[in-house]
Write a protein that binds this ligand. Structure first.
Ligand code: 6PG
Length: 474
């Protein structure tokens, strides 16, 4: 019984995390469905001469027997039923007080349920959001934890040790009880979807609006990566757009089918935002875009039916440089709107579930290791640190950025609309901004209709209180 931790799941993420733990001097007992993958992982630890050790285990019982009590177990298995099967498999083998940590992309509702169920029986459970893909898992992911603080203190040290560091600060934090960690990761993924979609829309403007080639487009993203848009996603966009397909020699981007997959976390973030009445329209547009992307047959049919849009922009936005400047501004303003939506959703969730989320801490954890890491998150962490209740878009720093860049967003969205270039996420970001900056909106029209057909009542602009009605005969 010498291992510090047990790890279930020797797939890409599980193996990478096990190696990361071993790299940091921990002894990890690893068990997985595939004995081959378990052995490969253990061999890799030896080959890489890591400080710690990986003990390959043929059964879950063998893994449990290796770990020092009170035992922590990290589960790196697909979200959903697989987590419940592993919990069921471990329960008869472990002792009360042992700690099961779900480090997959769990749905936070399931995490809440599992926490309740296991705690009722004397076991312990934590939900852990881990971001950064396999590279991050191996060399430093961002980690978002949820569960009881006492349990967190048992594993905080190894998890902080393996996490990404931003200026020496661990990107690993506990955010609140039960499902808080998985919720933070879910919204991270919603924002990830929106960031990716807005980038794809900018790519569409360059490819179909300006007739640019993939490598030229890649160079533009590389340039943008040096400015306010600097981020992992912009960086890999610049890199990957310039890669050739080894089979055909064509740009790899051009031979990839335009259908995007999804495992569901983006969709969950939108569903949760809707439940919480938080406006997350840019994130929602990104999920819808993935859904429509997968309906390739229908898109082919409708292009034949309606004809392709006249996507060439010509000089609608000025010359190429002016157009690209507008596009960069559109991405900056769209990103502000999208993050504002994410943080509005956090606020609503924190109040509803009584998590006491620390919004600045969330932004701090996202600064390194995770997929949405960017220079921008430093500013978010700073402004929310100064005023955690503020609406991100209204903080002096981001309000100035919004003022400077909303023109580019508006012109880009307008040009996309008149030329039939789909820009759902950027359009949603612009509408979100326009709705918020409009003091006198149009909901009085909705209210008069509601009162007419449903006697729902309204507030008046000239009197206090609510419950006023129109002169309808009911
Ligand atoms: C991360 C990623 C990672 C993965 C998701 C989203 O933070 O490391 O979000 O968790 O990319 O599974 O994948 P889908 O695009 O398939 O939903």
């Amino acid at each position: 019984m010498t291992a510090d931790i047990g790890l279930v799941g020797a797939g890409v993420m599980g193996s990478a995390l096990a190696l990361n733990l071993a790299d940091n001097g921990y002894k990890v007992a690893v068990y997985g469905k595939s004995p081959h993958k378990v052995q490969t992982c253990a061999a890799a630890a030896k080959e890489q001469n890591l400080k710690g050790e990986i003990i390959p285990c043929a059964t879950s019982a063998e893994m449990v027997a290796h770990v020092r009590a009170p035992r922590p177990f990290l589960l790196l298995v697909p979200a959903g039923d697989a987590v419940d099967s592993v919990i069921a498999e471990l329960r008869p083998l472990i002792d009360k007080g042992d700690l099961i940590i779900d480090a997959g992309n769990g749905n936070f509702h399931n995490t809440r349920e599992r926490t309740k169920m296991l705690e009722a029986d004397g076991y312990a459970f934590l939900g852990l959001g881990v971001s950064g893909g396999s590279e991050g898992a191996r060399h430093g992911p961002a980690i978002m934890a949820g569960g009881s603080p006492a349990l967190w203190s048992r594993v905080e040290e190894p998890l902080k040790a393996i996490s990404a560091k931003h200026n020496g600060e661990a990107c690993c934090e506990w955010f609140g009880p039960d499902g808080a960690g998985h919720f933070v990761k879910t919204i991270h993924n919603g924002i990830e979807y929106a960031d990716m979609q807005m980038i794809a829309e900018a790519y569409g403007v360059m490819r179909d609006g300006l007739g640019m080639q993939a490598d030229e487009i890649g160079a533009v993203f590389q340039r943008w990566n040096e400015g306010p848009l600097g981020s992992f996603l912009i960086e890999i966009t610049g890199q990957t757009a310039q890669i050739a397909d080894p089979e055909t020699g064509k740009p790899l981007l051009d031979v990839i089918q335009d259908k995007a997959g999804q495992k569901g976390t983006g969709r969950w973030s939108v569903i949760e935002a809707q439940h919480l009445a938080a406006p997350a329209s840019t994130i929602e547009a990104a999920v819808v875009a993935r859904n429509i992307s997968s309906r390739k047959d229908a898109r082919e049919e409708m292009e034949a039916l309606f004809g392709a849009a006249p996507t060439e922009l010509g000089d609608a936005l000025g010359d190429r440089n002016t157009t690209l400047n507008a596009l960069e501004q559109a991405l900056i303003a769209g990103k502000i709107a999208c993050y504002a939506q994410g943080f509005e959703t956090f606020k609503a969730a924190s109040a509803t579930y009584e998590w006491g989320l620390d919004y600045a801490a969330i932004a701090r954890v996202w600064r390194a290791g995770c997929i949405i890491r960017s220079v921008f998150l430093d500013d978010i962490a700073r402004v929310l640190g100064e005023d955690s209740d503020a609406h991100l878009m209204a903080t002096p720093f981001f309000a100035d950025l919004m003022r400077d860049n909303q023109g580019g967003l508006r012109n880009t969205v307008a040009a996309c609309a008149t030329h039939g270039l789909p820009a759902p996420a950027l359009s949603a970001a612009l509408s979100y901004f326009d709705m918020y900056r409009t003091d006198r909106g149009t909901a009085n029209m909705v209210q008069i209709q509601r009162d007419f057909f449903g006697h729902h009542g309204f507030e008046r602009v000239d009197k206090d209180g609510g419950g006023y009605h129109g002169p309808w005969v009911v």
